[in-house]
Design a protein around this ligand. Structure first.
Ligand code: AMP
Ligand code: MG
Length: 483
């Protein structure tokens, strides 16, 4: 980027930019501009709800300089872009330095609420940490991340957000040549467990402390000076996130320690999947042959990752304190998961037999591979529609429903449709948006799905097909883990 001259003055779009991360010493990142993408980058979609997080007026989406900035062609005035460095464990094995191989921090914005938000471009070209990668991202994975982060946000699950998708106009080589894209993603911080592991495993323990203090001061101000309490808070947030994933039926797919947010956010959407038919052993990542990151394993893996983080913090926090804090995982996870599942069934008063009722439903769903989302959502509809999810004449389903109706006779179920979504981002739905954009340059389907996912509890007359399990032709979609 250096040396390039711009005919227009550089924009800042009125953003309150702060070079916050760059206040760390320079071994935490490399300052650099983006590699130029194709000659004519083109805006595919932009997200007003994400713009609001930055106090950014969505009118800028129509400013030609918006696509220039969000493609990496032009920096924001007042911010010096940088690539963060981190390492991590991949599939349980120490992998050393991993990234950021294709994401650049192009801004940090302080909004009117006082929140600091990172703006990152994912797929904007190589960095010193790209290893063998090309620094690029494909349209397919960019659309998937854009939609999924919006879906989780609307379901109340902590996540990075996405501001825009830009088509680069260039091909990107994966299994085949695919259209390239740049995703603008937002998070209050993109710091990962792997950032701490990076310095610990290089023997640079002082830098672990510098980073911890930086993160605590900005994002956990009430815990300044208490590293153990901060680690405890990370354990708690991670445990709660796992409970939320499990309750909504979301499988991340690549829970390497470099994909674990220090703020307890869902980040780095790859071959993720929302459950269709309930299968606890569901593996959405086809390279995960052992099922390390299967749906049912997610809480256990989160615990494993928190242990890896504890090791990285072991010079900072006494061992016993780390052990004690890590031990709170189960209580936070179990307590939250239990409460969420009770809420999904509308069980407000604790009654003996409730756990059996919940367990009985999950066992029945697993046996029949009943649709996860609809098994809860349809409880508020006609009994016949709910029973149809379990196969015609299923007497176990009939018996469970009779027990449930009796148990909830005196419960108020009128709020259930604000707890159990009608729409989640099923793979086949994401694929429909991708095909329309890739094959027909048509963004209308993407836009429709995007809007549905922003209010997943509403009915959306005319678009109800997107609430359905996959049609036969899209039942066995293989989600490539290349991205
Ligand atoms: P992931 O497990 O997909 O989050 O990727 C692990 C690391 O590889 C991350 O730090 C990425 O930045 C990096 N990476 C993934 N794809 C590419 C690519 N095409 N070029 C450069 N780095 C990449
Ligand atoms: Mg990653």
């Amino acid at each position: 980027m250096s040396g390039r001259r711009y005919s227009e003055p550089m924009p800042d779009f009125g953003l309150s930019l702060e070079n916050h991360y760059a206040q760390l010493p320079d071994d935490f990142y490399t300052r650099m501009g983006c590699e130029k993408v194709g000659a004519a980058p083109c805006l595919i979609h932009a997200n007003p709800a994400a713009a609001a997080l930055l106090d950014l007026d969505p009118a800028v989406f129509n400013d030609p300089r918006f696509v220039e900035v969000m493609s990496g062609h032009q920096p924001l005035d007042g911010f010096s872009p940088l690539a963060m460095v981190y390492s991590g464990h991949q599939f349980g094995v120490w992998a050393g330095q991993l990234g950021d191989g294709r994401a650049l921090l192009i801004g940090q914005v302080r909004n009117a609420k006082g929140e600091l938000w990172d703006i990152q471009l994912k797929g904007a070209g190589k960095t010193p940490y790209s290893r063998f990668g090309d620094g690029r991202a494909v349209m397919r994975s960019t659309i998937r991340e854009y939609l999924a982060s919006e879906a989780l946000a609307a379901l109340g699950i902590p996540t990075s957000r996405a501001l825009a998708i830009v088509a680069t106009g260039e091909g990107v080589r994966r299994e085949t040549l695919e259209p390239g894209a740049v995703l603008t993603r937002l998070a209050q911080s993109h710091v990962r467990f792997g950032h701490f592991e990076h310095f610990f495993h290089r023997g640079e323990k002082d830098k672990v402390r510098v980073l911890a203090d930086h993160v605590i001061a900005e994002y956990f101000p009430a815990l300044v000076g208490d590293h153990a309490a901060w680690y405890g808070e990370v354990v708690k947030r991670t445990a709660i996130l796992m409970a939320q994933w499990q309750a909504v039926g979301f499988a991340h797919g690549v829970m390497n320690t470099d994909n674990m947010s220090i703020l307890g956010l869902t980040i780095d959407y790859g071959p993720y999947g929302f459950l269709d038919g309930y299968d606890p052993a569901f593996i959405c990542n086809h390279t995960d042959e052992q099922g390390r990151y299967s749906f049912v394993n997610q809480p256990v893996i989160a615990h494993w990752n928190l242990r890896a983080l504890a090791l990285a913090l072991s010079e900072l926090i006494p061992t016993q304190a780390l052990i004690d804090k890590l031990a709170t995982f189960e209580e936070h996870f179990g307590g939250t998961y239990h409460a969420l599942m009770r809420a999904k069934l509308g069980l407000t008063r604790e009654v003996e037999g409730d756990n059996k009722l919940i367990g009985g439903l999950l066992a029945l769903m697993a046996r029949t591979k009943a649709d996860y989302t609809l098994s809860f959502r349809n409880l508020t509809g006609e009994d016949a529609d709910w029973l149809a999810l379990f196969g015609a004449g299923n007497s176990e389903a009939q018996a469970w429903l009779a027990r449930y109706r009796a148990r909830t006779e005196s419960e108020d179920l009128s709020g259930l449709n604000r707890i159990n979504p009608k729409y989640v981002l099923r793979n086949w739905v994401a694929e429909s948006a991708i095909r329309a954009v890739e094959d027909h340059n048509d963004t209308a389907v993407l836009d429709r799905i995007f809007r549905i996912l922003q209010s997943p509890f509403e009915k959306h007359d005319g678009d109800e097909a997107f609430a359905a399990p996959p049609p036969p032709a899209m039942c066995d979609l293989e989600v490539s883990c290349s991205s």
